[in-house]
Structure formats: structure tokens, C-alpha cells
Ligand binder design. Structure first.
Ligand code: ADP
Length: 456
């Protein structure tokens, strides 16, 4: 026994927090979650993955129907109804989370407070009605990330993903012309889903490739597969947006204007650190949280998981990291280290695109001798059935051991396929092992073993 009020306090109640909170509560520990939202699941459910994919899947169904030569679907779905359905999915999930929380009884509490770290075992929090200090044996930092706001003049005339995807969002109608500032995954996802619903879209990206920071060949494959009607301005730096949604940008030093009806700001997200993290010496000289592979920080009693770590800002990465923290707390030492090479990521654009582990550019940079095999989608039964032949599966392996090091998939069901490849990497499979998988016919997964069999 100890004198602390709780065994664990989590700062945040999203994907980085509640898996560990639940795990500890199930083993009889006393847990407190603090989150100003007062509900679980963080930004993913509030304004991120779940609502954006609800709209996206509607757009995908409509697009899929239009792709078939035998359907006539001239009118896009009513956007307000799509938003209403999105809201209902969010509400349903909130209800289910409430039930999950209630099922754990009084071992776990969620308070709608904003937390500040005072010392390695003490957290202060403020709610609308009270300010309190609480202590715990362990603290889990999981305060997630927020939308980045670059210094663009007139930025207040832009909308963000929050305006599109929060419950009862401010944007409930589609504009005729959308300008997207930022060609990263959020910008491109909205660009492609709204374009599929009939919006005239132009994307402005300051870098010289879409999906900056990602493997350039992968990004190019995605860019080539984008619908003809989507405008892309690369090397274009937006400097101003006015109240009539005119976008001022400079390209190759030349100033230009673009007229839109709505401007989406999608220039990225940054980690949110709770107050007190710096004073406790948890940050590096650039203000980033220092986190070890098991979620450890510079303080033995403080752990971190999720977007706050600034590495793979994905809900499933947060969940995995959170569970590792729970195991490490329960074991009293680091027994679970998350390997980022095993965590897949999907961009829900049209075409869909996904990757895991190390791909070409990264392997070349690291001087690793690799083998590379691919299967184009235009030879797959599944993609022919769906009339969506664009894309490929590409595997990257260690030339000497044959071990699978990474993969990308661009095209239909990429997000489904990458899961199998992430599992293969996690289990230490070689490309020969992948070649012996009996991928089901006629599913897109067949391209995985077909790619591997070109080598063996
Ligand atoms: P992750 O997946 O990394 O957990 P989420 O977005 O799912 O990220 O969850 C982070 C949560 O942390 C959000 O719900 C946010 O409201 C909450 N949060 C941010 N700052 C604080 C803070 N100082 N105290 C408590 N909760 C916070």
C-alpha cells in the first residue's frame, strides 16, 4: 500500500490514456482520468479519425457506384444528411464508452478537468466548478495533439478539420470551390473525399511533393492516382487569406491569387504538453518530451503515450503505447517496448495509401542493401471486379536475410492489406514466409503473396 490517492492519473482520456487506465482498473488499481472534454476517446472521436472516415466512406460508396459502368448516380448524397449520420456515429460511440467506463465501477473515475503537473506524483486540475490537487503513484501523460496554426495573415478566415468533423460542426454544406492549405494526409483526405462529392478542389503545398516527409516515390504514386479534377500547386506558399476566401500565395517568387468559397487549413498537428512538464525537466532543448520505447520519461513515476510523444500520431499507435505503459507499470520495469516499425499507417485518400516499416528512401538513407518486389493492382481479380485497377503492393526486404523490413500499398483497400504486412513484420517474417501465405481469392490481399512470390 502507498499513501497516494490513486495508483494512476492520466492526463487526457484519449487513445493514449484509457487503454492503460482500463487495464490498471481491471487489476484492481485506483485510476483517475482527467480530460476537459469530460468524455473518453480524445480527438480521434471528437474531430478526427472516426467522423472524417464516416464522411469519407459515404463519399467512397458514391464514388464506387460512379466507377461502375452499369450505375447511374448523377446526384451526390445530401451533405447535411451525411453530417447528421456522422454525428450519430460519434454519439453512439460516446454512449458505448460511457457504458464501458461504468462497467468498471468506482475503480476508475473520469473528471472533466484540465491538468497541470506539479511534481512527479502530484497533479492539479481545474474543472468549471473546482480546483483540486491529487496524488498518484504513477502519472500517464496523454494530452494528445492540436491543430497547428502557422503565421498566415487572415488565418481566421480558414476552417480546420474541427469545423468539418466535430459533433454538430460549423460546416454543414459543401462549397463550390475549396482551397486546401497543406498537402499532408488531412488536407489530401478532405480534398479527395469532397472532390468525390462534387467539390472543385485545389491543394496548396509549400514543399515540392505532396505528403511531405513521406517516401517521395510513395507520395508520387499517390499523387499520380489522384482524380484528374483535383488541382495541386506545389512549391506554393500561402501568405494570406482574406474575408472573401481569396488565397494569396507565392510560387517561384511570383505572387498569385486563387478564388475559393471555403479555405481549409491543414498544415499539421503538434503535441500538446500539460503545464508543468518543462519545469519537471521532461523536455529536450527543443521543447519536445523525451520518451523511451516503453513510454518511460525522465521521471520514474511518469509515463507518456500517444500523440504527445510526437512520433506516430495515430490512434492505434497511442493504444499500443498505452497498453505497453500498463504492462510496464504492472511489471515494475520495462517489459514491453513498442517497435514503431510494426505500426501501420493509412491515408484515406482516393486512392487509399498505406505503409509500414521502412520503405525505399529510408532504406537507401540508412545504407541497407535491400530487395524490392511488387505486384501491380491491374492484375488482381479484386480490383478488376471493383473496376479500380490503380495501385500496387510493394515489399522491401533485407537482401541478406530476406527479412521483410517494410511495405507500401497504394489503391483499393490499402488500409486492409497493410495490416497483414504489419503483422508479418512484427512476427519477423521473411519475404519467403510472406510468399507462402494463402491469401484469399478473390481479395486484394492476393497481391501481397503474389508480390512476394516474384522473389522465390
Ligand atoms: P492521444 O491519442 O495521444 O491520446 P487524443 O487526442 O486521443 O490523443 O487525446 C488527448 C486528450 O487529452 C484530448 O481529449 C484532450 O482534451 C486532452 N488534454 C489535453 N490537454 C490536457 C490537460 N492539460 N489536462 C487534461 N487533459 C488534456
Amino acid at each position: 500500500m502507498n499513501d497516494y490517492e490513486y495508483d494512476l492519473i492520466t492526463i487526457g482520456a484519449g487513445g493514449g490514456a484509457y487503454p492503460a487506465a482500463f487495464q490498471l482498473a481491471r487489476t484492481g488499481q485506483r485510476v483517475l482520468m482527467l480530460d476537459p472534454k469530460g468524455v473518453m476517446s480524445g480527438n480521434c472521436l471528437a474531430e478526427g479519425c472516426v467522423p472524417s472516415k464516416t464522411i469519407r466512406e459515404g463519399a467512397e460508396l458514391y464514388r464506387g457506384i460512379r466507377t461502375m459502368p452499369y450505375f447511374r448516380a448523377e446526384t451526390p448524397p445530401d451533405y447535411r444528411s451525411m453530417v447528421a449520420f456522422k454525428d450519430s456515429v460519434q454519439q453512439l460511440r460516446y454512449q458505448q464508452h460511457d457504458q464501458e467506463l461504468a462497467s468498471l465501477g468506482d475503480r476508475i473515475r473520469l473528471i472533466d478537468g484540465i491538468a497541470t503537473l506539479l511534481d512527479p506524483h502530484t497533479v492539479a486540475f481545474e474543472t468549471k466548478s473546482e480546483a483540486k490537487t491529487v496524488t498518484a503513484k504513477y502519472i500517464l501523460l496523454a494530452s494528445g495533439s492540436d491543430i497547428s496554426m502557422p503565421p498566415i495573415k487572415g488565418i481566421e478566415h480558414c476552417v480546420t478539420s474541427r469545423d468539418l468533423f466535430a459533433v454538430t460542426p460549423t460546416v454543414t454544406e459543401l462549397p463550390a470551390r475549396l482551397a486546401v492549405i497543406g498537402g499532408g494526409y488531412i488536407g489530401l483526405e478532405v480534398a479527395t473525399m469532397w472532390h468525390a462529392l462534387g467539390v472543385d478542389v485545389t491543394v496548396f503545398e509549400v514543399a515540392d511533393q505532396l505528403l511531405p516527409g513521406m517516401d517521395p516515390d510513395f507520395a508520387e504514386l499517390v499523387a499520380k492516382g489522384l482524380a484528374q479534377g483535383i488541382g495541386v500547386e506545389l512549391g506554393a506558399e500561402v501568405t494570406e487569406v482574406d474575408d472573401r476566401h481569396r488565397v494569396k500565395y507565392s510560387k517561384l517568387g511570383k505572387p498569385s491569387f486563387f478564388e475559393a468559397d471555403l479555405v481549409l487549413l491543414a498544415t499539421g498537428r503538434h503535441p500538446v504538453l500539460p503545464l508543468g512538464a518543462e519545469a519537471l525537466g521532461l523536455l529536450d532543448e527543443r521543447g519536445r518530451l523525451i520518451v523511451g520505447p516503453g513510454g518511460t520519461t525522465r521521471e520514474q513515476s511518469i509515463f507518456a503515450a500517444g500523440d504527445i510523444t510526437g512520433t506516430q500520431m495515430l490512434f492505434h499507435a497511442a493504444t499500443r503505447e498505452s497498453l505497453a505503459v500498463a504492462r510496464n507499470i504492472l511489471a515494475g520495469r520495462t517489459v514491453d517496448r513498442v517497435d514503431p516499425q510494426t505500426i501501420p499507417a493509412t491515408i484515406f485518400t482516393f486512392p487509399e495509401a498505406a505503409w509500414v516499416g521502412s520503405t525505399r528512401a529510408d532504406l537507401i538513407n540508412r545504407g541497407i542493401e535491400t530487395v524490392e518486389v511488387a505486384a501491380p493492382f491491374d492484375h488482381e481479380a479484386r480490383t478488376q471486379i471493383l473496376n479500380e485497377p490503380y495501385g500496387e503492393v510493394r515489399l522491401f526486404g533485407d537482401a541478406r536475410s530476406g527479412r521483410l523490413l517494410g511495405a507500401w500499398v497504394v489503391g483499393e483497400e490499402a488500409g486492409q492489406l497493410i495490416g497483414e504486412l504489419a503483422t508479418a513484420i512484427a512476427l519477423g517474417a521473411t519475404i519467403a514466409d510472406v510468399a507462402s501465405i494463402a491469401d484469399q481469392h478473390p481479395l486484394a490481399h492476393e497481391a501481397i503473396s503474389r508480390a512476394a512470390r516474384t522473389l522465390v
